[in-house]
Design a protein around this ligand. Structure first.
Ligand code: 3PG
Length: 331
């Protein structure tokens, strides 16, 4: 069960797909795999839904596929028979809660009120869909619910779009987002596959919004020599930072520094890259999955944390950006 939730958290965005024509389902599977999404949800709102889940699971084993709009136990069972990795509901019934709890099925019940949240918690579920998010007060309501229910990870769904997604992802209580806005229509995906793929890829990258804030080096020679070092390019790729070349970053946001007083690595470190992202926990989950050894450090005085990776004489420090300002994240 844990693995499914780790995958959803790492991805941060669940595309919500409603399938009424099975001919295009493999195209969707290829599309979301190529765009770098590790999970998606197929709503049980059409007759084709269960078969769509089966096709996706058979042909794209790397995708974590959930069934959405699960309204009762029977529907949940059918979705599980088709190969669903997890179930999602717009609300919940005690029947579905009991069934999923008894059988250890990864389940995301839908909630909107404190009573519903408490009920879901009582059955052991603490990753909850907040639905319909925007209509139920959006960020304001989520913040208010997050205070008493700090152990809950919310998945706001309903009204999420590319304009508001980053505001949600910057909230501590947001575990991931769900939305159909990531899913092009069947016609669009066929006619403009490449263009739509670029758009979907950039939405996926926006989940973390990794950005190089500053590059510091002891000497320019070190900068040019170590760009060729192994491991360095891999970090850039994982953090989706290949768009702007590192050399361009150095020219615009680089500086020569006499030392790195904050680093304990002393003489071994000759360069430092300060990166920002929307959520440190998620950044850590992404790095962990890729096998990176990072440490979580407390910044003296600020009361917050940053992540640090050491690679080829460089220190990468990842901090959190909120409303355009960089912050050490309190965790
Ligand atoms: C769902 O089933 O989860 C919602 O209908 C998705 O909502 P959206 O279309 O506003 O993203």
């Amino acid at each position: 069960m844990q693995e499914v939730f780790e995958c959803i958290f790492r991805n941060g965005l669940i595309p919500v797909l409603t399938v009424s024509d099975l001919t295009g389902i493999e195209t969707y599977g290829r599309f979301f795999s190529l765009a770098g999404f590790g999970c998606l949800e197929v709503t049980l709102r059409t007759r084709e839904a269960a078969q769509a889940i089966r096709i996706l699971k058979n042909n794209f084993p790397g995708l974590t596929v959930g069934a959405g709009t699960v309204l009762n136990v029977d529907e949940g069972k059918k979705a599980l028979d088709a190969g669903s990795d997890f179930l999602v509901s717009p609300g919940f019934t005690v029947g579905v809660l009991e069934f999923c709890s008894r059988n250890s099925i990864p389940y995301i019940p839908g909630v909107q009120t404190p009573v519903e949240i408490q009920t879901a918690l009582e059955y052991g579920f603490n990753v909850l869909k907040f639905f319909p998010c925007e209509a139920a007060g959006g960020i304001r309501t989520l913040k208010a619910l997050g205070a008493p229910f700090h152990s809950v990870g919310f998945i706001p769904t309903g009204g999420i779009n590319k304009e508001n997604m980053k505001n949600y992802l910057a909230l501590d209580q947001v575990f991931a987002l769900g939305g159909s806005f990531v899913v092009p229509s069947g016609t669009e995906i066929v006619e403009n596959f490449g263009e739509n793929l670029l758009e979907a890829g950039s939405l996926r990258k926006a989940v973390n919004s990794f950005f190089i804030e500053q590059v510091k080096v002891m000497g320019e020679d070190f900068f040019y020599n170590s760009m060729a070092e192994s491991g360095f390019g891999k970090i850039m790729k994982i953090l989706d930072l290949e768009k702007e070349s590192f050399e361009e970053c150095f020219r615009s946001r680089g500086c020569i520094s006499s030392g790195f007083s904050n680093s304990e690595k002393g003489g071994d470190v000759k360069g430092e890259v300060i990166l920002s992202c929307l959520n440190l926990e998620r950044a850590g989950a992404v790095l962990k999955k890729e096998g990176f050894d990072f440490s979580r450090k407390k910044e003296s005085g600020s009361g917050g944390f940053y992540l640090e990776i050491i690679c080829s004489g460089w220190v990468f420090r990842i901090i959190r950006k909120i409303n355009g300002d960089c912050h050490y994240q309190k965790v």
